[in-house]
Design a protein around this ligand. Structure first.
Ligand SMILES: N=NNCCOCCOc1ccc(-c2cn(C[C@@H]3NC[C@@H](O)[C@H]3O)nn2)cc1
Length: 447
């Protein structure tokens, strides 16, 4: 066995998101989000699941924080439900909504756990969607107003902020592929939304600076890695395009002040363009204090004409897959991190999501999730390789603290290191919880 030592000072955390764990969907003035609409629309979410109750963390957050404290994490990433703060999307602020997050954040701080707050984790107010949602530039202003409210309300309590979670999921997965809410299938719409999301991010960062909020701000794109099946240029280019829709498309505007030309050219070939307004790129390129990176999976791929949006074909190589069907590809994690560091320089990075779906169930009060432990072991080893290669990693948030509502997969897919019985809401610590607790306590890993 080899010991992999992590640098002193790395922050160990875990993550969830409001719609996936809170429940209390109709309580204390919360307004309806697009995920309430989508999950209550027959056929959209597996088994007809919805977030009405979820893990009931709205009421059980003290128990959850006890579990976080026992785990030994020093940071916890959560998201705020925008419709709890603005029940109409804009206009009146819902004080009970703010009060809940004050209780929650105060309890985290009392237990020595630093909050990292994601402002937008997909639960757009339905009233804003009814007016076009992220396709309507007015939503940018509504988001900045919401962000300003949260900055003013929690300045000094919350010192790590993320504007957006996974803008690729919000734009392309939800508006081109139709897999997530609101379920559109329109590439031009999705591309326009991706731009508006970045403008909203940039304007929120400008507001953060203007208000002189204590702390740091970033955003959390999702990433994947596709290794070219061969050294043929067409295979290399095909992989670059599909990976580029998540990496360069969202990171070049923030870190380079422009969209990647190879992606603009490709979208143009597909009859899709961007309508930039005066000042958009200047807004987007506001310097961030850190970058959040979400990584789950990757694959081998090659060029195949007219296959998918990017003329790519993923190659089945018999590699292990998790219970959501994603290949286990830890080398891709290393490649993503070193590629990003090489392209954008020494930006501080938090791994804001990494984890695996394995649906192991309790037996005699124990959940034996060896496959999740193996996934985490390999991915933390890849993370250590990236750190040793000079990537500026500041922390790691395991997705997820507990099993929760996995969007279109509903409750059928379990990512937690804590098992949740959705009938009784009883939490059961899995073997991976105890394994992660040891990694945190030791700050090293045995492989
Ligand atoms: N039409 N085709 N349908 C089938 C084909 O789907 C194509 C791809 O689908 C996808 C792709 C990616 C995801 C995804 C999920 N997470 C995990 C969450 N991250 C934020 C946090 O909230 C976690 O829950 N990250 N990425 C889901 C579905």
């Amino acid at each position: 066995m080899a010991i992999i030592q992590f640098p002193n000072g790395i922050k160990w955390g875990s993550a969830t998101a409001a719609y996936q764990v809170e429940g209390a969907a109709f309580e204390d003035g919360r307004g309806p989000s697009i995920w309430d609409t989508f999950s209550h629309t027959p056929g959209k979410v597996k088994d007809g699941d919805n977030g009405d109750i979820a893990c009931d963390s709205y009421h059980r957050y003290e128990e959850d924080i006890e579990l976080m404290k026992e785990l030994g994490i020093t940071m916890y990433r959560f998201s705020v439900s925008w419709p709890r703060i603005y029940p109409e999307g804009t206009g009146e602020i819902n004080q009970p909504g703010l009060a809940f997050y004050h209780r929650f954040v105060d309890k985290l701080l009392e237990n020595g756990i630093e909050p990292m707050c994601t402002l937008y984790h997909w639960d757009l107010h339905q009233a804003l969607q009814d007016k076009g949602g992220w396709a309507n530039r007015d939503t940018i202003g509504a988001f900045v107003t919401y962000a300003e409210t949260m900055f003013n309300e929690f300045n000094g309590k919350i010192k790590h902020w993320l504007t957006l979670n996974e803008p690729w999921c919000v734009s392309f997965l939800s508006n081109h592929m139709g897999v997530h809410a609101p379920g559109n299938q329109d590439l031009q719409l999705a591309t326009t939304i991706s731009h508006h999301l970045l403008v909203a991010h940039g304007k929120a960062v400008q507001k953060f600076r203007e208000l002189e909020v204590q702390g740091q701000i970033g955003f959390a794109p999702n990433t994947t890695w596709l290794e070219p099946f061969s050294s043929r240029q067409q295979d290399i280019d095909a992989c670059r395009r599909e990976v580029g829709q998540q990496i360069e498309w969202f990171m070049d505007p923030v870190f380079k002040g422009e969209y990647p030309q190879f992606m603009l050219d490709w979208f143009n070939k597909k009859g899709v363009g961007l309508q930039l307004e005066e000042g958009d790129l200047e807004a987007i390129r506001q310097p961030v204090d850190f970058l959040g990176i979400n990584y789950y999976t990757g694959n081998l791929a090659r060029y195949k004409e007219d296959s998918g949006l990017f003329d790519t074909e993923h190659i089945e190589t018999g590699v292990e897959r998790t219970d959501i069907g994603w290949p286990v590809y830890p080398d891709g994690f290393y490649k993503v991190l070193t590629y990003i560091a090489g392209r954008y320089g020494d930006i501080p990075i938090y791994i804001t999501e990494n984890g695996a779906c394995y649906n192991d169930e309790p037996a005699d009060g124990r959940v034996k999730d060896d496959r999740r432990i193996s996934y985490l072991q390999h991915h933390l080893a890849a993370l250590s390789r990236a750190i040793e290669s000079g990537v500026n990693i500041k922390g790691y948030f395991l997705w997820s603290l507990m099993d929760n509502f996995e969007w279109a997969e509903g409750y059928s897919k379990r990512f937690g290191i804590i098992h949740v019985d959705y009938r009784t809401l009883v939490r059961t610590k899995k073997d991976s919880y105890y394994w992660y607790k040891k990694v945190i306590a030791n700050n090293w890993l045995e492989v």
